[in-house]
Design a protein around this ligand. Structure first.
Ligand code: 5RP
Length: 233
């Protein structure tokens, strides 16, 4: 998607943010635009306090003088604005393509509302085309990987399970010091059951299914930004 469309979705989300709110700041190339635009407003005196979902976003926000806090200091957040890798009709998501899914989910769960910003290519009928990121503890990786593979087989995954690596060929390590297994499903027909089955595995820290967490999505297309769910007449 062009950077122009990402920025339009981000600008739409920013237009919903009133002064004085406690915000969660997402991670990824679309969320990056939101943080940039928020930084411009902060430079003009806009009041907000923000919790970033990754070290990358924290560094960006610090560079823009956006006031930062954490979830030890703040008990709740008002709104989290974040990107997504897939969005279905019920606004269930796959996230974690950028590897920040654990902090993203903690921050979204601590927020009264989650706004997702994305382009039209992220909309799907059924989740699963994008490989599901599963964050796992490094200890016992082999055992965890076998247990995850068994869950994938039970949920009729069409593809493989791959340990994520960096472009330099090293293990990708999350901000929390964990590893990521990417699970190629093709189609996830029972996301709730899959979520439970994965979280039942001792070595699984979290997964990238965000179910019933997103309240509103702004999806940028060549014809403009669509708001989901669509307003009822
Ligand atoms: C990071 C994420 C991102 O929000 C997701 O990968 C979308 O990123 P982008 O806006 O770059 O397409 O979940 O962990």
């Amino acid at each position: 998607m062009s950077e122009h469309l990402k920025r339009e979705a981000a600008a739409m989300a920013l237009s919903q943010i009133r002064p004085g709110l406690r915000l969660g700041l997402g991670t990824g190339s679309t969320a990056r635009h939101f943080v940039d635009l928020l930084g411009e407003k902060v430079a003009q005196g806009f009041d907000c306090i923000c919790v970033p979902t990754s070290e990358v976003t924290a560094a960006q926000a610090r560079g823009l003088n956006i006031p930062l806090s954490d979830l030890d200091t703040l008990d709740r957040l008002d709104i989290t604005v974040d990107g997504a890798d897939e969005i279905d009709r019920e606004l269930n998501l796959i996230k974690g393509g950028g590897g920040a899914l654990l902090r993203e989910k903690i921050v979204a769960a601590a927020s009264d509302s989650m706004i997702v910003i994305a382009d039209g290519s992220k909309l799907v009928e059924t989740l699963g085309r994008f490989p599901l990121p599963i964050e796992v503890n490094r200890f016992g990786l082999g055992a965890t990987r076998r247990a995850v593979a068994a869950v994938l087989a039970a949920h009729k995954a069409e593809g493989e399970l791959r340990l994520r690596s960096t472009p330099a060929g090293q293990d990708f390590v999350t901000d929390g010091g964990h590893l990521i297994l990417d699970a190629f499903f093709g189609r996830i027909s029972q996301p709730e059951a899959l979520s439970r089955d994965l979280l039942d595995i001792a070595g699984v820290v979290q997964h990238g299914l965000f179910l019933k967490m997103c309240k509103t999505a702004y999806v940028a297309t060549a014809d403009g930004v669509i708001t989901l769910p669509a307003a009822k007449n």
